[in-house]
Design a binder for this molecule. Structure first.
Ligand code: AKG
Length: 284
């Protein structure tokens, strides 16, 4: 599957593009079942909302489960990723964000690329995010919000909350109080110029976005969950540099081997089976 020239043009101009019908209803059902299984499984990859037993997210499910390991290798995804970034790709990050009903917390405004440069040593611009919404998204359950065109501004200075290093320090890069966020003045200038777009739509709504696009999302005050998957592809020839305190492999993969496409472009029908294996650190 390839993007149309209009979709590609939209992506280059605004930093994001919607893709319709990437998954059919049965495939979406499988995605939800396996996402729920991963979210329900205790593991070092799983993060809770601060001071709560609600699950915020899991990371690196593609390393821990055959289902998600195969999902990222679907031709339809690799075709699009290669079309956009122009080369062989691997998965830098894989997140399942739960944004639970009545308590899923916000994501502050940020650029993913800012985190990836500082925390992971990713310096080129060879990456692309694929977001698949597993639930209907409305203005009430915490939609993703983007500042269109902000990827063309480049790296935008962010506040740096002084943090610890090693151990659990990576949690600061995925919690509701993010390590690097944009200040009000900078945001105001950006929004004055570019506006804000919020992504709403039925379950299955799929969005591609450039990791340099400024984005965030409010908390979920509705009685409906807003689960989503984010698969971050990066060019295999844009590997991470060494950094002093690398984040765990399940947050920032260091195996840059190009992904091989699955033989069939079908969402795998693996039984839910046993819970996913624990990912141990370092490596896999
Ligand atoms: O789940 C969301 O609403 C936003 C997620 C996000 O910004 C991120 O994972 O970097």
């Amino acid at each position: 599957m390839r993007l149309t020239p209009a979709q590609l043009e939209h992506y280059r101009t605004y930093g994001f593009a919607a893709v319709e019908n990437l998954f059919d209803p049965e495939e979406l059902e499988r995605l939800r079942a396996h996402a729920d299984r991963d979210l329900a499984t205790e593991s070092p990859r799983r993060v809770l909302e601060a001071g709560s037993s609600l699950v915020r997210a899991t990371h690196g499910a593609h390393l821990a489960t055959a289902f998600f390991g195969d999902l990222v290798r679907l031709s339809r995804l690799i075709d699009i990723a290669e079309q956009v970034v122009g080369e062989d790709v691997y998965i830098h990050q894989f997140k399942i964000n739960a944004k639970s009903a009545l308590g899923g917390e916000m994501w502050e405004w940020h650029q993913d690329s800012y985190f990836w440069a500082r925390e992971d040593g990713m310096h080129g611009s060879g990456a692309m995010n694929v977001v698949v919404h597993l639930d209907e998204v409305t203005e009430f359950n915490g939609p993703l919000m983007l500042i269109p065109g902000s990827h063309r501004v480049g790296e935008i200075p962010a506040s740096d909350v002084p943090g610890q290093h090693g151990g659990d320090a990576w949690l600061q890069t995925v919690s509701a109080q993010l390590k690097y966020t944009l200040g009000q003045d900078v945001l105001r200038q950006l929004v004055d110029r570019h506006g804000i777009e919020s992504i709403k739509g039925p379950a299955g709504t799929t969005l591609l976005f450039d990791p340099a696009v400024v984005h965030g999302s409010p908390g979920n005050l509705s009685p409906y969950d807003r689960r989503l998957l984010i698969m971050s592809y990066n060019r295999s020839d844009n590997p991470l540099a060494d950094v002093a305190n690398p984040r765990p492999e399940f947050i920032a993969a260091r195996d840059f081997t190009p992904l091989r496409r699955l033989d069939r472009d079908e969402v795998p029908n693996h039984p839910l089976g046993a819970p996913p294996a624990a990912v141990t650190e370092p490596g896999r």
